[in-house]
Design a protein around this ligand. Sequence first.
Ligand code: FES
Ligand SMILES: [Fe+2]
Length: 384
Amino acid sequence: MRVKLLGECLIAFRDTKGGLGLIEEFCAHRGVSLWFGRNEENGIRCPYHGWKYDVTGQCVDLPSEPEESGVRKGIRLKSYPAIECAGVIWAYLGPADKKPEEPAYEWTRVPPAHRYVSKRLQESNYLQAMEGALDSIHSGFLHRHSVADDPLLKRDPSSLAMLLADRHPKIVPTVSPAGLYVATRRDVGTDRYYWRVTQWLMPCFSFFPPYGDNPYGGHAFVPIDDGRCWTFSIDYHPGRALTGAEREAAHSGRGIHVPLIEGSFIPVANKRNDYLIDRAAQKAKKTFSGVLGVGVQDAAIQESMGTIQDRTREHLVSSDNGIVKTRRLLMDAASAVARGDAPPGLAPAAQGARAVSMVVPRQMSLPDAVAMAQKDPAKTVSAA
Ligand code: FES
Ligand SMILES: [Fe+2]
């Protein structure tokens, strides 16, 4: 398969022994795309003149040169290590001596029956997509008429009542070991708070808390190039298998997932067909934006900002403080890496952070409430 990551054109293949290869796309001889290659006997053979490469990118056969010449040995395509984890192939594109441990996000550690993962193309810069995931205020507008009746995001009545009761939540971004958690605080009566805590795990993962016993959700935004990213969408539950109905809803593109054009990762509703906007549905308040489905709504709105939004023209306000903090942390991290420091977000313990929601007495501090809910979310998710 062709795979473009961080602007690099690569070929991913599985050799005949099952090994994963992620090597540069173009043959070292005269640049033919190895996408046309023959995948045979533990290597991929260029169809033009038959040079063959193994999963490490090493040329293992160069038919037109005598082996004694040593030319073959000196030919090696760039390659990256890849592993399979939680049904997803993960690649590491950094310096070999800084390779991190395997991913330890909670959804990667639960049994396969507890999770569902989908992938779609998003035609915007990854950061624009990720900022949408960290901006919980937009749910009350963009997704207003869609979330409550979605089978996968079906809210339990007590959460819904609390969400509706306070329409001016306070946003509290707090730096965490792997990034940031963005807590949204709503009043419950006069003595309690309903907190919803979204986790941002650097550099490109976001997880949001469940409503009652519905699945937890998350996204990974993986840059293809500056103007496009892969959006991976994840439903999982730490404590139980997903139900048949939840799995079916995800599979059919509901909830945070989107319906895809058969055999591709391209959404059926995309910018070339105006996301199948339905003005009558918008007028009738069936959808807020005229676009159907939470995932498609996010994609449509974020792509509409241009592939890279012109941030010199925006007007950030107090409810954007999570976004401001995210950008600052990212710029600090980029500077630190440029100075030679390790990138943040790689420690397995930090990656395990869970998005939580809880109702607690007002006097309980946010860090205490988060720590308590992470230990035992079942006791605190729905105490209204
Ligand atoms: S271009 Fe690949 S073998 Fe010649
Ligand atoms: Fe959204």
